[in-house]
Write a protein that binds this ligand. Structure first.
Ligand SMILES: [Zn+2]
Ligand SMILES: [Zn+2]
Length: 183
């Protein structure tokens, strides 16, 4: 079956410069290697719909692709481990050059008059996936002593009081809220 991400660019390559608007909504191609990846890391669910809105422009020697890629993701809250769902929106601005063209390390390749946008879509989405999602900004997490979900009910454990941890917590809070109190 032809991939929805493969686009014919024959006209773009014939009439330089030319523009082609590409709007694709297709399941995420799940054929990728998950080995070595953290199984709790956020990922795009198999079969999830990815939305691609790109503007392809031909120039002498290649194609420029600009636009956005949107995809849903699923992961685990880093504090309480519940499932978290979200969406990424990645802004892309990339170049495609012919397979046999000049060596351009930063550009994607195309063959003949077809461009496969799937590698670009993969890269764009995976760069945007959250590494450590939270179910909500003020998630209380699991009690490190009894394992109870402190979002549901406070447990009877007493938090160990140690001024060093207080300092660390303040630092962490600062990072999470995007503050710049501690440089
Ligand atoms: Zn949580
Ligand atoms: Zn507890």
């Amino acid at each position: 079956m032809a991939s929805a991400y493969v686009v014919s660019v024959a006209r773009l390559l014939r009439e330089v410069p030319a523009v082609l608007e590409v709007n694709v909504q297709a399941p995420f191609d799940a054929a990728r290697d998950r080995e070595g990846l953290d199984p709790t890391a956020s990922d795009v669910p198999d079969g999830a719909m990815v939305t691609l809105s790109l503007r392809l422009e031909s120039y002498v020697g290649g194609l420029r692709a600009r636009g956005t890629v949107r995809a849903p993701w699923r992961g685990s809250c880093r504090r309480c481990l519940t499932t978290v769902d979200g969406r990424v929106e990645a802004v892309v601005d990339e170049r495609f050059v012919p397979e046999r063209g000049d060596a351009d390390e930063l550009a994607y390749r195309y063959q003949g008059d077809e461009v496969d946008l799937a590698p670009l879509v993969h890269d764009a989405v995976f760069l945007e996936l959250p590494l450590a999602p939270l179910c909500r900004p003020d998630c209380q997490g699991l009690c490190p002593q009894c394992g109870a979900d402190r979002n549901v009910a406070p447990c009877a454990c007493r938090a160990p009081s140690d001024p060093r941890w207080d300092t660390l917590d303040a630092l962490r809070f600062d990072v999470e809220t995007g503050g710049t109190g501690i440089a």
